[in-house]
Design a protein around this ligand. Sequence first.
Ligand SMILES: *Cc1c(COP(=O)(O)O)cnc(C)c1O
Length: 395
Amino acid sequence: MDKQTAIKEKFALMHTYSRAPLKLVKGKGCYVWDQNGKKYLDFTAGIAVCNLGHVPDKVKAKISAQLDQIWHSSNLFEIEAQELLAAKLTEMSAFDAAFFCNSGAEANEAAIKLARLYAHHQTNTEQYEIVTFQHGFHGRTLGTLSATAQEKIQKGFDPLLPGFTYLPYNDIPALSELEKIKPIAVMLELVQGEGGVIPADKEWIKALAAICKKNGILMIVDEVQTGMGRTGTLFAYEQYEFQPDIITLAKGLGSGFPIGAMLAKENVAQYFGPGTHGSTFGGNPLATTAGLSTLETFSEEQIIANVQKQSEYLWTRLNGLKEKYPCIKAIRGKGLMIGIVLDTEAAQVIQAAQQESLLILSAGPQVVRLLPPLTVGKEEIGEFVMKLDHVFAKL
Ligand SMILES: *Cc1c(COP(=O)(O)O)cnc(C)c1O
C-alpha cells in the first residue's frame, strides 16, 4: 500500500479514539508485537479483556473446533454452548439465570430494562428511577450514558434518557437521599474503573445494601470490568457482605471474543419472557464457546489463586516504587485492577512506558491504570517494575 492510500484509509475512520501510533499484530500471554516485530509487555490486556493472556491455547482450540461446526444459528433455536455457559455462570455465582448479548453497554441496557419491568410488575409502584453514582461508568449507548454520572461522557447528547438520579460514591450520609428518591434500583461498580480505579468502601456498601433491602430497591452491580477474576475473586461482590439482584459482565468473559451477559435472581429474571428483550447475535455459538472455555480454563488453571498470589507481590513492589518516587501519591484498587495516583499527567508516563516497551493505561488525567493478564507471573511483574522504575527515574 502506498503512503497516500494509507493516509486516506486512516482518515476514513471516525475519530472516536485518539489512538497510539502503534499497530499490534500478534499477541501471546502477557506480550504483544507491533508490525515492526517490536515486543511489548502488555499490562492493559485489551482493557481487562484478555484476562487469560493473549491467544490462550485452550480457548483457541475450542473456538477453532467450533469454527468447523456452526458459527451462527440465531436465538430461534437452542444453542448448546449458550445453555452450558448459563449453567456454569449460575453455578459459580449467586444467580439463577443468564441473558447473553455482545458488550458491556448492552448488558447494562438489559439490566436497566429488567429492573424497570420488575418494578412495573409490582402492584404498589409507579416508580422507575434508578440511582447511579458519580464518576461511575456504564457505557456509551443513550441509556447507559444517561446512567453514567460524568459530564464529559454526556455532553452534547441531550436529551438524556429520563429516570436516573446520581449520588456521590462512598458517601454514607448521602444515602439518606434514597428514602426520598424511592428508586426501583441502584446501579454501581464495586471498583470504579474508568472513573479512576476507586474501590467501594465496605461500610458504605453495607449501609447501601441495608437501605436497599429495607425499601425493596434492586441492586445492580456492573461487573463488566471487575468481573472474571480481575479483583481476586471471580466476581467483586464476593468480597463484600451482600448479594446483588443483578450483575452484568462483558470484557473478560470471552477472552477477546465479544460477549456480554446479565445474570439475575429468579424473582427478577422471571419477567424476561418471550418478546421482552432480545439480540440477534447475543449468545451465538462462537461467542458462548469462547465464554465457556474461558470459564473452564479459570478452574483448570486456578486463575483466581494466581490473581491473589501475584497481586500481593505486585502491590508490594508498587508500594516500593511509591516510597522511591514522591510523584506517586497512592496505589489503589483491588487484585489486578490497580490505579497509580500521580501528581502529574498520566499521559506522559504512558508514553514514556511505550518507549520502554511497556503498555499501560490511564483512568482519568492523573491515574495510571494497570490491568495485566490474570495469568501474569512473578518474572513478568519483575520486568514490569523494572521498566516502570526507568520511566519514573527519567520523568
Ligand atoms: C467497559 C465498561 C462498560 C462498557 O462496556 P462496552 O463493552 O464498551 O460497551 C460498562 N461498564 C463498565 C464498568 C466498564 O468498564
